[in-house]
Design a protein around this ligand. Structure first.
Ligand code: NAD
Length: 342
């Protein structure tokens, strides 16, 4: 393989118009690299592509992928983030989720390999993990993906591992925990009109767009009965990708395998009540809170054991949960100017 010795690299980022993809593009640029974005704009806003090299289209369009590689023969690796990501929607629309996240990803991987672009970083998820007693999971912990969405990620991990074993394809799989916040310059962030995840809901309750923040599930077997998560600052997560593309060959040489899996989290478990307390501290005011039973399929949760990411990938999270909350609040105030809606 050639190319990774270079100080600067060109990286194909599928889903580069999305929340994590656009932030990762910015982190790549800050490290001196050049992202090439491939996104269908199925959900990601055009505003997040900014003035980057951009191909609007589908990951399964082999002709388009061939054209991208022809026009950018110096692409070193691909970060594959494009996916459908809404868990309840995946329960209602399993065909669309398996088609887009599994079948289309397979076409992309095969085409990249055929075109001589074998290095793939894949966005996987902590939602694969089974519940374990102390909530701390290593990459070897048991898996029990609880939704069609999570199962698409599990299937793709297995596909990538098998393809890497049998072909030139090489895979670094990152299992993200719970990304929150915005990039330091507030250029992108959560863009859903009604954010469904916990911090987005808290921001809406704090800013009066909702009557109260509802804690769903207060009888879980955690220290205070509420769900536990590992909230990782989006900027730390973006930096993990920069480290992973820069060290791609070294990482696989280190594990002596054609593929490797890493948890990308902080290593700290935070309950929903603890998140609310942190939020109120950063916000400076109490937020009205209601309690409700868990929603169907709500997971008790997990937090990352990050030893492998630190020792082999060479990455750890630096920023605090307070940093992430402050940036999410600031983004909440700023996003209308970028997205055209509050
Ligand atoms: N956000 C999270 O909490 C989280 C957690 C774990 C893993 N992930 C994974 O990280 C990745 C990025 O997530 P995100 O939160 O930035 O989501 P996002 O929805 O903001 O970004 C996904 C992007 O992919 C694009 N896309 C979807 N299907 C496409 C296709 N067939 N061809 C081309 N583009 C397509 C969308 O337009 C969008 O811009 C996803 O793979 C997701 O499963 C996210």
């Amino acid at each position: 393989m050639v190319g990774l010795g270079c100080l600067t690299m060109k990286v194909l980022v599928t889903g580069g118009a999305g929340y994590i993809g656009s932030t990762t593009c910015k982190a790549l640029e800050e490290a001196g690299h050049t992202p090439v974005v491939l996104d269908s704009l199925l959900t990601g806003p055009r505003a997040f592509v900014k003035d980057r090299i951009f191909y609007e289209g589908d990951i399964a369009d082999r002709t388009l992928v061939a054209r991208i590689v022809e026009e950018h023969p110096d692409i070193d690796s691909t970060i594959h983030m494009a996916a459908r990501i809404v868990v309840p929607e995946s329960v209602e629309q399993p065909y669309e989720y398996y088609r887009d996240n599994v079948a289309k990803s397979l076409e992309l991987f095969d085409q990249l390999n055929t075109l001589g672009k074998p290095r793939v970083l894949f966005s996987s998820s902590a939602s694969l993990y089974a519940l374990v007693e102390n909530f701390e999971v290593t990459e070897g912990s048991p898996l029990a993906p609880g939704s069609p969405y999570a199962r698409t990620k599990h299937v793709m991990e297995m596909c990538l591992t098998d393809m890497a074993a049998a072909t030139d394809l090489r895979a670094v799989i990152l299992r993200y925990f719970n990304p929150i916040g915005s990039d330091p310059d507030l250029e992108s962030g959560i863009y859903a009109r009604e954010p469904s995840h916990v911090l987005g809901q808290l921001v809406m309750a704090a800013q009066g767009q909702k009557d109260a923040f509802t804690i769903t599930g207060v009888e879980h077997p955690t220290r205070d009965g509420t769900g536990i998560r590992d909230y990782v600052h989006i900027w730390d997560l973006a930096r993990a990708h920069v480290t992973a593309v820069e060290r791609f060959d070294a990482v696989l040489a280190d594990v002596d395998a054609p593929s490797a899996i890493f948890n990308v989290g902080t290593g700290d478990g935070v309950t929903v009540r603890e998140l609310v307390a942190s939020f109120e501290r950063v916000f400076g005011e109490k937020v009205p809170v209601k309690e409700a039973p868990p929603r169907p399929g709500d997971a008790v949760g997990a937090f990352a054991n990050v030893d492998r990411a630190r020792e082999i990938l060479g990455w750890t999270a630096d920023l605090t949960i307070d940093d992430a909350i402050a940036s999410a609040l600031a983004w909440g105030n700023k996003r209308r100017g970028i997205l055209g809606y509050a």
